[in-house]
Design a protein around this ligand. Sequence first.
Ligand code: AHR
Length: 342
Amino acid sequence: MRKKNKFVRMLIAVLSAMIFSLMVLGGRLFTNIEEDTFVSEEEDRIVVGMSQLGSESGWRTANTESVQNVFTQQNGYFLIFHNARQRQENQIKAIRSFISQRVDYIVFAPVVETGWETVLQEAKEAGIPVILMDRNVDVKDKSLYVTRVGSNFVEEGERAGRWLEDYLSRHGKDDETVNIVVLKGTQGSSSQIGRTAGFSSVAALHGNWYIMEQEYADFTSAKGKEVMESFLRKYPDIDVVVSQNDDMTFGAIEAIRESGRTVGIGGDITIISFDAVHAALEMVAEGTINVDIECNPNQGEVLSRVIGMLEDGEEVEQQYYVEEDVFTIKNVTQEVLQKRNY
Ligand code: AHR
């Protein structure tokens, strides 16, 4: 795969990094891409340019660490990392910078699904394989990227719906009206689109499930609280909150408690969350969150395996799903909590 002259490419990468560093020292004159750039001066490494979409959640921090822990000098990599701070234009700039540095691979977690054709075409024409991480892109030409490593977001949404079905049935409430509100993640992101579609498909099977409102809350705790407060003002009779990530859930629970209502097992409002970070699993164990649909951020190892296969000239699949579980009070054991390091 790496057909370019190794020395020239490394020289370009090192020089670019030096220029970026000078720009930082000089007051960030032109761009902020350099802020998150880590470089190694070792030669004969696999050069990876990685564009992370932001740092909005605990899950995202774990996802970034999983990649940075794998793409190390010891493992034979030279990582150029960029944090796009939730802006697609920053990701496009970063990808163009990776192309001009002639990296071996571009790994990126797209903040939203659409709008990538032009820059991915540029990467393709430069002969640089693009690997999607976490979220997906919506492009007609699937040859614009080599593969994707991430979650099955539709399946995650369906799991939430199936858990609710089972929960209502176990409590003899299959036929009661169920009033649901949904806190959605970043508009246009794969995780928001997939989880919404998956949960809605199960909800559509139940005439007594009433989705009162769904609102974007950006996958952040502050926005989750704000949107939940507005739901609570509008709807006095919410039975279930579906919150598409743990950070929004933390904010929503705060809002619910401040309104004088209770959450979780035996509470006024049933809480369905996604991600299963450590702090949320603790809340599952104490009965505050009823169920947490896992989204696995540990994608670095799989990415590295995929790159290894490409280096060996092997065929890769178009999609690699990471393993995920569903957590309730029944299976969040001390062992699970101890192992969860994010
Ligand atoms: O795309 C994955 C989602 O993005 C995670 O559920 C969320 O926490 C993150 O911000």
